[in-house]
Write a new protein. Sequence first.
Length: 129
Amino acid sequence: MKGVHRFGVNGKLAPRYVDHGERCGSVAYRLELLPHLTAVHDVFHVSQLKKCLRVPKEVIDTSQIQIEPDLTYEEHPIKILDQKQRSTRRRTINFYKVQWNNHSKEEATWEQEEFLRTRYPDFLPSTSN
């Protein structure tokens, strides 16, 4: 499932999706979601919410994101920001810090070379062995 992000996959609602909400019980909030998220139930338990500590500086144009009916969207790597190697007893594993489309540099993730080569074969430069 790497590279496919689900709405609420980590139990939190991203602040960019939530306008504001009203309390509708001792532990629940009704949120005003964006119009393209009408298929999502608008009442959430407080354990699924987190406080918005900052408003993202980069605004993403959501009209360019293809959201599937199951509320997933495809991610593609756009840039390698860093590289490192981890050694085990038998082999060395290459990791790349990857910036994904629709995300800022601060949201970049470390991915294994094997994952990137199998999922996105044209992204990494070819190695001559």
